[in-house]
Design a protein around this ligand. Structure first.
Ligand SMILES: [Cu+2]
Length: 165
């Protein structure tokens, strides 16, 4: 078996483990989390456009009302892959660690990294020049985060605060 194939198989099992860990942590495949759930496109009350460049977002503070349904339009204006991930700080840390572990695997090419099963509802991964959207309804008051969890990105400030009240 080639080294690349071995690495790919390890990633698959790592993702499977992470997905089940997330499910037991209250992040089931249905996309319902402690802070909201995928929104109904007919109920969008606000559209937020977020742009990514190296290595930052164009905005870092967002405030929403409880119950608000928001369309996020995420535009990668940079020259590398970036993501927009929504979550509480624990989820973001877990996700960041997973991406670091994957990047550390021998022969791993992050640009060919697969999406994360079961996390698509809260996360948009983009290539340079790509625009992707997600619709989310915030159902709980609190302070949450958006972040790019590609290794080294959140660490240099590619994060933002979401306040729901
Ligand atoms: Cu990034």
């Amino acid at each position: 078996m080639t080294r690349t194939l071995t690495a790919a198989l390890s990633i698959t099992s790592a993702l499977a483990l992470t997905t089940s860990a997330l499910a037991s942590a209250g992040h089931p495949g249905g996309g319902v989390t402690a802070f909201g759930h995928p929104g109904d496109v007919k109920k969008i009350s606000r559209t937020v456009r977020i742009e990514a460049t190296e290595i930052k977002y164009n905005l870092t503070d967002l405030t929403f009302k409880v119950g608000e349904t928001v369309k996020f339009v995420f535009v990668n204006k940079g020259e590398q892959d970036h993501e927009l991930s929504l979550g509480d700080s624990a989820t973001q840390l877990m996700h960041r660690k997973m991406m670091q572990d994957m990047a550390a695997m021998p022969g791993m090419d992050m640009s060919k990294m697969p999406g994360h099963e079961g996390m698509d509802d809260t996360m948009l991964m983009t290539k340079p020049g790509e625009t992707r959207e997600l619709v989310w309804q915030f159902t709980k008051a609190g302070t949450f985060e958006f972040a790019c969890n590609y290794p080294g990105h959140a660490e240099v400030g590619m994060t933002g605060k979401i306040v729901v009240r």
